[in-house]
Design a protein around this ligand. Sequence first.
Ligand SMILES: [Cu+2]
Length: 269
Amino acid sequence: MLATARSMQDLPSWSHFPLPKPDVEQDRQGFARYFDNHDGYCVPPTWQAPGDDAYDQWVSAIKAGETFCSNFQVWESQYQDPLYLSKLTLGTFGSELEMNLHDWLHMCWASISRDPVNGAPVPFARDPADFASRWFGAEHDFLGDPFSSHVSPVFWGFHGWIDDRIEDWYRAHERHNPGQVRRLEVNGVKWFAPGRWVEVDDPWLGPVTHGCSTVPGTLPGKSVEMDVETMKLALRITFGEDDKIGDLVRRVPQRPWYARHLSLRGIIS
Ligand SMILES: [Cu+2]
């Protein structure tokens, strides 16, 4: 994804996570300057989703300055620590990044979702089963959903940062387990040969290897998850209205996509 996007546009990685706003009592000027948002990385204010206290608490905690110190900075240093990385397989490291850090980055830097037509706030964000054309434009600029998050420059900053950790992981293994990880190019992407530290020989390359057909209907010889209309139906069953699915499936509460796992387990207080 990054390689393709970078072939069209300059999309630098964050070299470090942007610092939170300075304490107003310690640094009045810095505090005021923070809100000028010169670099575009100012953390936007939290918002409330009516009737969903668990969500309100979770998203405001993620955006709090204390959480930057207790979580984001801890992960930032851990995921660059050669000794720590040298004990992880690539798959385990990827899962850690995804489960601990990734969704939080999306939600920390997200602003409230807005209807692209009239700018009205949509606190629960676009319904995942709503494919109306207005959601497909660049005006739908919401970092909390994979449907729209790539519109935000912040997305490319932190995804670049995450991607850069793969090289750290490789260097860590070179240092502590020399010769045990071998570079290999797969489908034009820098990857690694399967072995003790690399379980997956088939990296997820988005639409190149794992995407849906761009032609609606069927893609002969491919399984149903490759079919756009089938996947839309699956989303409607998962997130759609109760009366259409009966008692068979419990309705998933609607929340921004990257707030699906409202775990506070990571917040160290
Ligand atoms: Cu992401």
